[in-house]
Design a protein around this ligand. Structure first.
Ligand code: SF4
Length: 262
């Protein structure tokens, strides 16, 4: 039985235009772009996989849009002819009409990082310490205006039931249909405080599930994943999906990566 990854995380640049207080990427102030030759080599590596399944290429960062449309397009073009689906995980603050057109025309899946309503998004600030909420929402609106499906990843530094309720309501009203939650990860360059107690995290998840039960319009990444495992176990299936989210490739990965047995 072969195990093959169904998604690959690509970091086109280390640079990010934001300076979220919880970010653990130490090089986000520096521009180190992936060389096209690297993308070419990755394409050659995954070629055999794509003969057996569609592979998701998740362009992450840093902020992948800081690489520029032309450069990012050049990297993506190295995968032409392969059965791949491209996705970007972006903070969306750079999404303007031109970026929205680029992403829509190339049918790129878009995950946007936003942590909830303005009061819960304050740690997602730019390098000048300015809030980013309005810029992110503007970017999301431009994407949705092109009928693109936008998923949301939220970082939650202080998990409480109240925050869970606000987050779910916000995402549902935004019109997103998929939410992934990353409780703040204390690692890398982010070692400024201790993790919240387990009971607090448990209460957060319970409230998030309750919010979904009351208004089941948004899929919850973590819950779907757990239910998927349970389903496979109860049915004695052997798809062997392996969580790849514990990688330290990027803090706010969509986390849909799996390894599949074929
Ligand atoms: S968390 Fe994401 S958007 Fe924020 S500084 Fe880090 S890489 Fe940039």
């Amino acid at each position: 039985m072969d195990l093959l990854p169904s998604s690959v995380i690509m970091q086109p640049t280390t640079l990010c235009n934001l300076d979220c207080s919880y970010c653990y990427l130490p090089d986000r102030r520096h521009v180190r772009r992936m060389l096209p030759a690297v993308a070419q080599a990755v394409a050659a590596s995954i070629g055999p996989w794509t003969e057996r399944m569609t592979v998701e290429m998740c362009w992450h960062g840093g902020e992948p849009l800081t690489a520029g449309r032309a450069y990012l397009g050049r990297l993506m073009d190295r995968f032409a002819g392969l059965d791949v689906v491209h996705g970007v995980q972006t903070n969306a603050t750079l999404v303007d009409e031109a970026w929205a057109d680029f992403l829509a025309e190339r049918r790129i899946n878009v995950g946007v990082s936003i942590d909830g309503p303005p009061e819960d998004n304050q740690q997602r600030a730019d390098w000048a310490g300015q809030p980013t909420f309005a810029r992110i929402v503007r970017g999301i609106r431009l994407l949705m205006g092109r009928e693109m499906v936008v998923s949301v990843i939220a970082v939650v530094p202080d998990p409480t039931p109240e925050r869970a309720q606000r987050l779910y309501t916000f995402v549902a009203e935004l019109g997103a249909t998929w939410l992934g939650v990353n409780i703040e990860e204390l690692e890398g360059s982010n070692n400024r405080r201790t993790a919240p107690p387990e009971s607090q995290v448990r209460d957060f998840w319970a409230a998030l599930i309750e919010a979904r039960q009351a208004n089941p319009t948004v899929q919850l990444r973590e819950i779907d994943r757990v239910l998927g495992y349970v389903h496979h176990a109860l049915n004695n299936e052997h798809h062997d999906e392996v969580d790849s989210t514990s990688t330290q490739v990027d803090p706010y990965l969509p986390s849909r990566g799996t390894v599949r047995s074929l």
